[in-house]
Design a protein around this ligand. Structure first.
Ligand code: GAL
Length: 375
């Protein structure tokens, strides 16, 4: 019942509101050292934390987790959200530098627009950690922590295929020969992650498109055609509506969506386009945001990818703490993330496919959410 109210409200409110309200904790970790058990190493040094937007729960959880973990180590935290506006993010970072930040953790909006401000950081000897999204073009990016983004795309495509019965739960091909109709969405073209998700997904889907098991009725199979600037749910909704107009009566079996916010927009377009909520195509996602996990439980969205923001925050905080203590941060990848200037030493975390079959184990047993957050 609740789900219908939620999705109806989302369609009416232009989609983003739900993502921002966050009825759950979004996996926010409690500050760990309030009992004094942990030895503070920060002694009040300021760390600037620049996050892209509060229009999505995940970034709120990221910001909260980074802040509480840094504070637990004794650092002072200057956490700023830029409302997805590039000049705002640039000036926030400038302010952090001028007000004495000793390290910066940055989740960029557009990974190519920070070169000048990071030159100021470089001149001031302030180390820079790229958080989740790579910062491109700048020599002043010291470390990067993220998830294995190519693998996230592989997981999205794999769950799309599992949902449509093309592969079984062991990842083996079934005798489903199609043709199955799928449409493809990609993330924001200025976010370095978006091409990694797309390339990962297409590494799985392209051979099946060539084989004829999958068909893309709109014919839109290029990243540029599928990309949704700034990851905006309403833009995804609009594109899905346009596709439905173009493909007429052709029924869709699946939609590759790289992010929960887009999936919500896509579902809105599909339901207003005549699909009933219990007969939607298989729709993927990413981030395990509350509204989308509820949608999965309700049988609407099929899957999401869980990226534990607590662990990502932990890595970023560990990197800062090591650098400020004169130590080498731990990395596990020194090949993948070339930012156009240099290969940025990275720490990659693993992500998990979530469906209705495992959400309790993955999201509740891990205490990322409480059961009540999801009802
Ligand atoms: C990406 C991030 C995803 C998703 C998306 C939209 O950079 O890796 O997890 O949050 O942005 O915010």
């Amino acid at each position: 019942m609740k789900k219908h109210r939620i999705l109806g409200a989302v369609a009416a409110a232009g989609v983003v509101a739900l993502l921002a309200t966050g009825c759950g904790r979004g996996g926010t970790a409690e500050p760990a050292a309030s009992d004094g058990a942990q030895e503070p190493g920060g002694s009040g040094q300021i760390v600037g934390v620049a996050m892209p937007t509060q229009q999505s729960e995940r970034w709120i959880a990221d910001g909260d987790n980074v802040r509480s973990q840094l504070e637990a180590l004794g650092y002072s935290v200057d956490l700023q959200y830029a409302n997805d506006d590039i000049p705002t993010q640039v000036s926030q970072i400038e302010n952090m530098i001028s007000s004495g930040a000793e390290a910066l953790i940055i989740a960029s909006i557009d990974g190519t627009t920070l070169t000048d401000v990071l030159a100021q950081a470089g001149d001031a000897g302030i180390p820079v950690i790229a958080y989740d999204r790579l910062i491109n073009g700048s020599p002043n990016v010291d470390y990067y922590t993220t998830f294995d983004n190519f693998q996230v795309g592989v997981q999205q495509a794999t769950s799309l295929l599992t949902g449509m019965g093309v592969v079984d739960e062991n990842g083996e091909r079934t005798d489903e020969a199609g043709p199955l109709n799928v449409e493809l969405f990609a993330g924001s073209p200025d976010d370095n992650n978006a091409t990694f998700f797309w390339d990962g997904a297409m590494s799985v889907l392209e051979p099946l498109i060539e084989e004829g098991v999958l068909e893309v009725p709109s014919g839109q199979t290029e990243f540029e055609q599928a990309a949704i600037l700034r990851w905006l749910p309403e833009t995804a909704q609009e594109r899905m509506e346009n596709i439905l107009t173009v493909i007429g009566d052709t029924e869709l079996d699946g939609v590759l969506s790289p992010y929960d916010g887009l999936s919500i927009g896509i579902i809105s377009a599909l339901t207003s386009g005549g699909y009933s909520t219990d007969a939607l195509p298989v729709i993927t996602g990413q981030d395990a945001e509350v509204g989308s996990v509820q949608s999965i439980i309700a049988g609407e969205q099929y899957s999401t990818i869980f990226k534990d923001t607590r662990l990502l925050a932990e890595q970023a905080v560990a990197m800062v703490d090591s650098i400020l203590n004169g130590e080498e941060p731990e990395v596990n990848d020194t090949e993948t993330y070339d930012n156009g200037d240099h290969i940025v030493p990275s720490y990659l975390l693993e992500s998990t496919i979530v469906t209705v079959d495992n959400y309790e184990e993955v999201l509740i047993d891990s205490e990322y959410y409480e059961e009540s957050d999801l009802s």
